[in-house]
Design a binder for this molecule. Structure first.
Ligand SMILES: *Cc1c(COP(=O)(O)O)cnc(C)c1O
Length: 402
């Protein structure tokens, strides 16, 4: 049974568990910023599968790397390595070495949540018995597995699954005094996003990450940065922490790393990574050849295009277009991870639905904010087309009482 033959109105026939709600459309094909649904309707994809497809849909360079690897070798166990895993690890380590000034080592995962699981286990082993607490921010998002959910600062998401694993603490986002007050001798690490993505595209205030770095240095805790949404050039730097001039101990990655091939990683500076011994952690698919071939090609292609510069230039252009729309109060974020704050009274989910009907994909990240994260390869003409759709829909919606 193909996924798009079920009746979206009658979820009883849906083959998927009901965790995502009824899917709006079924997309079967993409090219660059464009996708087409099963009815042949074209959309501009200004969400990129939630900041995943940063080099565009069906990118020919990445497709070629995946196809070549598919007919060469997909997978071997972790009793061995493979040239693709080694090459991808070296390339990601090089990027993080350049960004942080520290040499490190990585563990490949299959998703963002698993990257954070690895970081949390590393922090616990690093801290030792009695020093296992991980502090994160309210409004944060770190994943859906039990430990990454416990780190996620959204109590409503914990409630149905209580009890949560022990050893997690949350503090108000952006408040350095609250962070300082929460860090005692039981704290092994602070886990933080440079921009809260799922939390509404809310950037860390100036000085916040530096303050956390100083605090971690004072008490000997690890500074762990969740770059799952912000990493790989999305914000106009290779990694979001670079905007703040800090050097983290641990960095978690996924989303754009494979341009849609499921792959993530946990990076730690070498002295921290060294607390892991053989057997402490693992995953069948860690470093699998097909996914690492994609990641390797992503890094090469992003370097060739100077992806951070693309995100900066196109992000600035799109921000200016959005700011010119009267119903948009302000635009937050960096590069091409943008949140458009709508005027009070305008309901973002309503606007999202109207935009989808007009052929523009974005998302209502909360009740009053639209999130835009188009491919970094988006053209000027596509930016203009998207902004005019947003302007038209907002003019319509704002004319109708909510
Ligand atoms: C998406 C996301 C995750 C979770 O990644 P999955 O691949 O869905 O497990 C974790 N942290 C941040 C910041 C994210 O945006």
């Amino acid at each position: 049974m193909s996924a798009h033959t079920f009746d979206t109105a009658g979820m009883a026939h849906c083959p998927f568990m009901p965790v995502f709600g009824a899917p709006a459309i079924s997309i079967e094909r993409g090219a660059g910023t464009e996708v087409w649904d099963t009815n042949g309707t074209r959309y501009l994809d200004f969400l990129s599968g939630i900041a995943v497809v940063s080099l565009g849909h069906a990118n020919p360079v990445i497709a070629e790397a995946i196809c070549r690897q598919a007919s060469t070798l997909l997978h071997v166990s972790n009793f061995f390595t493979n040239p693709q895993a080694t090459a991808a690890a070296v390339k990601v380590n090089e990027l993080l070495h350049a960004a942080s000034g520290r040499s490190g080592q990585i563990f490949f995962t299959n998703s963002g949540a698993e990257s954070n699981e690895c970081a949390i286990k590393l922090a616990r082993k690093f801290g030792g018995r009695g020093r296992h607490t991980v502090v994160s921010a309210l409004g944060s998002f770190h994943g859906r597995t039990l430990a990454s959910l416990a780190a996620t600062g959204q109590p409503a998401k914990h409630e149905p699954f209580a009890p949560m694993p022990d050893g997690f603490r949350h503090v108000p986002w952006g408040d350095l005094d609250a962070m300082r007050a929460a860090v005692d001798a039981s704290v092994a690490a602070i886990l933080i996003e440079p921009i809260q993505g799922e939390g509404g595209v809310v950037p860390a205030p100036p000085g916040y990450l530096q303050g956390i770095r100083d605090l971690c240095d004072e008490v000997g805790a690890l500074m762990m940065i969740d770059e799952i949404q912000t990493g790989f050039a999305r914000t106009g730097e290779w990694f979001g922490f670079e905007h703040h001039g800090v050097s983290p101990d641990v960095v978690t990655l996924a989303k754009a790393m494979g341009n849609g091939m499921p792959i993530g990683a946990c990076w730690a500076r070498t002295e921290v990574a060294a607390v892991f011994q053989p057997g402490d952690h693992g995953s069948t698919y860690s470093g699998t050849a097909i996914a690492t071939a994609a990641a390797s090609a992503v890094v090469d292609e992003m370097r060739r295009l100077d992806a951070p510069a693309l995100a900066r230039e196109r992000g600035a252009a799109f921000t200016a277009m959005l700011e010119a729309i009267p119903q948009i109060e302000s635009v937050r974020g960096a590069g091409l991870l943008l949140g458009a704050q709508l005027l009070p009274g305008i309901d973002a989910p309503t606007v999202y639905k109207a935009l989808l009907a007009k052929g523009l994909i974005c998302n209502a990240v909360n009740a009053s904010t639209l999130r835009f994260a188009p491919p970094l390869t988006v053209s000027d003409a596509e930016l203009t087309e998207a902004a005019s759709k947003v302007g038209e829909v907002l003019a319509d919606v704002a004319g109708v009482p909510q």
